[in-house]
Design a protein around this ligand. Sequence first.
Ligand code: C2E
Ligand code: CA
Ligand code: CA
Length: 279
Amino acid sequence: AKTTGKNRAVFYREDFNQTLSGKVAMEKELRRALAQNELILYYQPQVDAATEKLTGAEALVRWQKAPGVMVSPAEFIPLAEETGMIVPIGEWVLRTACRKAKQWIDEGASDFHISVNVSPRQFYEANFVDIVASVLEKTGLPPRLLVLEVTEGIAILDEGKTTEKLIQLKQLGVHIAMDDFGTGYSSLAYIKQLQIDILKIAQTFIFEVSSDPDKAPIVKAILAMADSLKLTVIAEGVETEEQFRFLQENGCNWIQGYYFYRPLPTDEMNRVLSKSCVQ
Ligand code: C2E
Ligand code: CA
Ligand code: CA
């Protein structure tokens, strides 16, 4: 029994070491990736549900580890969040996306907005508002065309602080979207209190519109309440015509999903823009 205990202890210690050194190695790799320009942005167009015209795009980070080897953000964002590497990565994403959006606007895509994901760790940095202000100033992007996508995670730490920071951001003129709405605990009343402008209905709800008819009334209710609260609603993960029609008929404002566009590399996004919304 003693031996087993010892072995078990060793096993646990080794496991811990492995995890820890694995994390340290990954952090180092991420730092190097950022410095050597291995991070790139894809852009997923967002479409107006009524007109089917482009209204904006969400910037989604990718790690191009080697030619042809692309690491999904789902694999490295959680660790970047844990190690704090999300702070410099997030700042790079913000700057790069705003610079690109300004270029598209200058090329004729008027009123085209850019959505950027903000992780809780990034949001809680003391100088986050200053960074956003400085990026807007340096890139010349009109603040109203920047949408910061936050998650319910930002409210967990300190509600008062969260509200204060959101107010400071709104004073810059940017818009705030609540990402993955419906998966957590926030009520629409709370969303209104936080002065959120845009609700992104989580992908799981959209999926369930077609797979489980019982879920459709929930999405309908969210859309109706959001409308009465004057919130803009965007549905993400829209993959089928059926889902699109349902959302269109029930007053969803914007649509994002494979039904219209997948996330696109910059050159493809350039092509889509030059064909569609430059008037
Ligand atoms: P998210 O913010 O919820 O982004 C939407 C995800 O859904 C993206 O995955 C997108 O490619 C995918 N998607 C879009 N349309 C469809 C569809 O019709 N069907 C399906 N099945 N999926 C669709 P992606 O690019 O792998 O990003 C995953 C997550 O990583 C994002 O989820 C976001 O939480 C995080 N992430 C991505 N880029 C950044 C970033 O720059 N900063 C931070 N903090 N997080 C990021
Ligand atoms: Ca998002
Ligand atoms: Ca989302």
